[in-house]
Design a protein around this ligand. Structure first.
Ligand SMILES: *Cc1c(COP(=O)(O)O)cnc(C)c1O
Length: 229
């Protein structure tokens, strides 16, 4: 396998972000590129950091903790984006800056209780199952408002917005992102400080940006194919 050219990949992804933002009359600076580094070695994260990226997303707690230890001298902002079980909330509360995948109150309460006092509040997004698929995690759109209000009241969390991983769609790729943006608009009437829409990955970052994504989560197009775990 040829080595991944991380510098070329970053400029290619940034160009796609800029072009999608321009088409939507948005400032590309409103879109944060979160580098999804699951299964990639610490050396790949270091190379991406040296090439200008500083926000990284991880899905597996143990794997992430090992890489954080190796990279502890780098000022990286770590985002947890994978499914989160109760027995892993403490490690996430202690080591991450953001969690995108909060989808039930019990997990949010544990994260708030376990967030160390010396750290700033944990920044969280509510994950919503926007395509209504049984297989995907996420709260239903119907329960999102009640859940968002409850999460917002927790002392050691700051609710920033919504996250979704829509099912692949062939007819209109923008549709699920438009639904998430509409839900965000509804929630914002009750919780005006919401400012984050975490949506769009390698294959669909352009339609996500067209619908208002403020964080795109990109793995494959930056790092190449994922490694076996
Ligand atoms: C793996 C993953 C990504 C990145 O997906 P790519 O298609 O490799 O860009 C984004 N978001 C979540 C939640 C993921 O698990």
């Amino acid at each position: 396998m040829s080595p991944v050219d991380i510098i070329a990949n970053i400029s290619e992804v940034r160009a796609r972000i800029a072009s999608a933002a321009k088409s939507a009359d948005r400032d590309p600076k409103q879109v944060t590129l979160l580098a999804v580094s699951k299964t990639q070695p610490a050396s790949a994260i270091r190379a991406a950091f040296n090439a200008g990226l500083s926000q990284f997303g991880e899905n597996y707690v143990q794997e992430a903790l090992e890489k954080m230890a190796e990279l502890r001298e780098l000022p990286i902002e770590w985002h947890f984006i994978g499914p989160l079980q109760s027995n892993k909330t403490r490690a996430v509360a202690e080591h991450f800056d953001w969690v995108h995948s909060v989808d039930r109150l019990k997990i949010a309460q544990r994260l708030s209780d376990q967030r160390p006092q010396e750290l700033p509040p944990l920044q969280v997004c509510l994950q919503v199952n926007i395509s209504g698929e049984d297989s995907k995690s996420g709260a239903s759109p119907e329960e999102a408002l009640a859940l968002a209000l409850a999460i917002q009241a927790l002392p050691r969390l700051t609710l920033r917005g919504l996250m979704a991983i829509p099912a692949a769609q062939s007819d209109d790729p923008a549709k699920p992102f438009a639904s998430l943006a509409a839900l965000m608009a509804t929630l914002s009437k009750e919780i005006p400080q919401l400012d984050t829409l975490s949506m769009g990955m390698s294959a669909d970052l352009a339609p996500a940006i067209s619908q208002g994504a403020t964080i795109v989560r990109v793995g494959t197009d930056l790092f190449g194919a994922r490694h076996a775990r």
